[in-house]
Write a protein that binds this ligand. Structure first.
Ligand code: SAM
Length: 358
């Protein structure tokens, strides 16, 4: 448990997941937090084909949580031996999750990734003793990497020597020797030339996107389910993301929602579908040009957008509350009086059956 609202859980691939009681939504799929990141966010990028030639790859991870998308991305970059310089901007309003992320039992074999993340965030650990309390609580033990216990033990036994409050180099040195070095020495070459730059923004992602300068090659959008938390799925949000992305770039998300796809297209994106290894739909890709899209939206997906299921959210100044966004959306839906998605689906199926029987 992190607090009265956020609980840890073990997902089926052995990676730690989270559940939020306040939003009544999961952070990760029960079949596997790590597997989900690989399947829905990293594999669709086809990094070798689409980005390996870039000198620099700039990534925006919206809703970083405990970092699975960034970690799975870094893992793939290292596994494919891609030599580009990597910059990742992390948007997450719950600072504790970002600080916990390097220590989480994430089933990612390459421990250097934890070290890369720790190097990036250790400067933000000042005064964050609560993080160590969460990690050392016996009920949470199984959700953290076993090596975290070693680190915690030393941190707690010698707080003045190892505390980031007093001595950052000693803190990192300690992590290096007791947490990483034995297993990942070979991978350390990746750190030597400053190949990875990671910067967290601990505030509402809507505020951050107004401050960022853009030039992104890759955007991960992993917000809570649109109807539960519509704030990061509005047309206005996608319009700003469009401005921040390069001509040849990709935005990936797990959502298959017709309203989300409609918002993306209205913002100017070409939009397509993602499929997992078993050929089940598992999300959406949005690009500025159609050439990067493998599976374009079909007649059915486009038809669904013209029903009440395709009505997108509005958040004109990117600062409305979720309640305000939902109530404006409900009102607009009523006034548009569009056909229901169920009547469209029925009609579509009937037409298909008829055309098959001819
Ligand atoms: C579905 S979870 C994402 C899980 C994450 N990608 C991971 O690998 O752990 C959604 C995340 O969005 C964050 N969040 C929700 N609303 C936000 C906002 N307005 N700005 C920034 N972060 C937000 C939550 O704190 C939560 O961590």
């Amino acid at each position: 448990m992190i607090d009265e609202n956020i609980d840890f859980c073990m997902t089926l691939d052995g990676s730690t997941g989270l559940f939020n009681k306040a939003v009544n939504d999961i952070y990760h799929s029960s079949y596997g937090a790590k597997t989900e990141a690989v399947e829905k966010f990293v594999r669709p990028l086809n990094l070798r084909q689409n980005f390996a030639q870039n000198k620099n790859i700039k990534v925006l991870d919206i809703c970083y949580g405990i970092g699975y998308n960034t970690k799975a991305f870094l893992d793939e970059i290292i596994n494919l031996k891609i030599n580009s310089k990597i910059q990742i901007d992390i948007l997450e309003h719950d600072r504790r999750l970002v600080l916990l992320s390097p220590f989480i039992r994430d089933n990612i074999k390459n421990d250097i990734i934890s070290y890369i993340l720790l190097s990036a965030i250790s400067g933000y650990m000042d005064g964050e003793e609560a993080i160590f309390r969460i990690m050392t609580s016996p009920e949470n033990k199984k959700f953290f990497k076993p090596s975290t216990r070693l680190f915690n033990k030393r941190f707690i036994s010698y707080p003045y020597t190892y505390s980031p409050l007093y001595n950052k180099p000693a803190f990192l040195h300690n992590i290096y020797y007791h947490y990483v070095s034995k297993r990942s020495k070979n991978s350390l070459k990746y750190l030597k030339n400053g190949a990875f730059k990671i910067k967290p923004y601990f505030q509402d992602a809507r505020k951050s996107i107004l401050e960022l300068s853009g030039g992104y090659d890759i955007v991960f959008l992993d917000a809570f389910t649109p109807v539960k938390l519509p704030t990061l799925w509005s047309l206005d949000f996608f319009v700003r993301l469009y401005e921040l992305m390069k001509e040849k770039s990709m935005l990936v998300t797990y959502s298959n929602s017709a309203a989300v796809r409609h918002a993306m297209m209205t913002a100017g994106f070409c939009t397509g579908k993602l499929f997992d290894r078993r050929n089940r739909p598992c999300g959406t890709i949005a690009c500025k040009s159609g050439e990067l899209i493998e599976h374009k939206l079909d007649e059915y997906d486009l038809g669904l957008m013209q029903t009440n299921a395709g009505v997108y959210f509005r958040d004109k100044n990117l600062n409305s509350t979720a309640e305000e966004i939902l109530s404006e959306w409900e009102e607009r839906k009523c006034s548009l009086n569009l056909p229901s998605s169920s009547s469209f689906i029925k009609k579509y199926k009937k037409q298909k059956e008829e055309s098959c029987s001819i």
